[in-house]
Design a protein around this ligand. Structure first.
Ligand code: HEC
Ligand code: HEC
Length: 200
C-alpha cells in the first residue's frame, strides 16, 4: 500500500491503521540525498576495492529488504569489510530503509526474459532461492543476476571461509569447489539484472 501525500480520506484512514508498518517504509527521495556518500564507490562503473582487489558490488535494482539486511549485518559485524562496517555503523534503521528504497528503485526492463547461456551444474542448488536466472525468488534473497563476477566469487569465498557469516549461505558455499565458484560467478554475472546506480 502506498501511504503518501495526496491520498484519499479512506486510504488515509487505512494508512493511519497501518502506521507501524509505515515506519519501516523507505523514503527514496531522502535515500537519494543520503546516497551521496555512497556513490563515490557504488556509482562508478567497475570501481574496485583495493585489498583484496574485486569490484564494488552493483546496488541498482537490488531488493530493498536485502539491502537493509546487508547494511544491518555490516553494522552487526557479520561481514568483515572495514569501510562498509564504519559507514553502516552511522546509519539508523530509517536511513537503511531510505537508502534501500532509492537503490532498489533502479529497474532494468529487459526485452528478453529467461536465462542467458547454460547454467553450470552447481547452479541447481541455488535456483530455489536465487532463481535459475539469479533474479531472486523472495525479497530476502538477493538478486545476483548481473552482479560483477569477481564480487560474486569473493562473496562465495567469504561465506566458505566464514569471513561473512550467514547460516544459509555458509552451508551452500562450503559445499562448492573453487572451479564451481568460478563457473557460478561467471554464469550469474552474465544474466540480466543489477545495474550501477546513477544520479539523474
Ligand atoms: C569506499 C568505497 C565505498 C563506499 C563509500 C561505500 N561502499 Fe558499500 N561497499 C563497498 C565495497 C567494496 C563493498 C563490498 C564489501 C564486501 O565484500 O563485503 C560494499 C558493499 C555494500 C553493500 C552490500 C552489497 C551486497 O550485495 O551485499 C551495500 C548494501 C552497500 N555497500 C551500501 C553502501 C551504502 C548505502 C553506502 C553509503 C552510505 C556505501 N555502501 C558506501 C564500497 C563502498
Ligand atoms: C535457501 C535459500 C538459498 C539458497 C539455496 C542459496 N542462497 Fe545464496 N543467498 C541466500 C540469502 C538469504 C542470501 C543473503 C545472505 C546474507 O545476508 O549474507 C544469499 C546470498 C548470496 C550471495 C551474496 C550476494 C551479495 O550480493 O552479496 C551469493 C553470491 C549467493 N547467495 C550465491 C548463491 C549460490 C551460487 C547458490 C547455490 C550454490 C546459493 N546462493 C544458494 C539464499 C540462498
Amino acid at each position: 500500500m502506498k501511504c503518501r501525500a495526496g491520498i484519499g480520506a479512506a486510504m488515509a484512514a487505512a494508512c493511519a491503521l497501518a502506521a507501524p508498518a509505515l515506519a519501516a517504509d523507505g523514503d527514496a527521495a531522502r535515500g537519494k540525498r543520503l546516497a551521496y556518500t555512497c556513490m563515490g564507490c557504488h556509482g562508478i562503473e567497475h570501481y574496485k576495492n583495493a585489498y583484496p582487489k574485486y569490484s564494488v558490488p552493483k546496488l541498482g535494482g537490488q531488493s530493498a529488504a536485502y539491502l537493509e539486511a546487508a547494511l544491518a549485518s555490516y553494522q552487526a559485524g557479520a561481514r568483515w569489510h572495514p569501510t562498509m562496517k564504519g559507514l553502516a555503523s552511522t546509519l539508523s534503521a530509517q536511513d537503511r530503509a531510505d537508502l534501500a528504497a532509492w537503490f532498489a528503485g533502479f529497474r532494468v526492463t529487459p526485452e528478453a526474459k529467461g536465462p542467458v547461456g547454460t547454467a553450470p551444474e552447481a547452479a541447481a542448488a541455488c535456483s530455489a532461492c536465487h532463481g535459475v536466472d539469479g533474479a531472486g525468488t523472495l525479497p530476502e534473497n538477493p538478486t545476483i543476476a548481473g552482479q560483477h563476477a569477481d564480487y560474486l566469487a569473493q562473496a562465495l569465498d567469504d561465506y566458505r571461509l566464514g569471513r561473512r557469516q550467514n547460516p544459509v549461505m555458509g552451508g551452500f558455499a562450503a559445499a562448492l569447489t573453487r572451479d564451481e565458484i568460478a563457473a557460478l560467478a561467471a554464469y550469474f554475472s552474465r544474466q540480466r539484472g543489477l545495474v550501477t546506480p546513477a544520479f539523474d
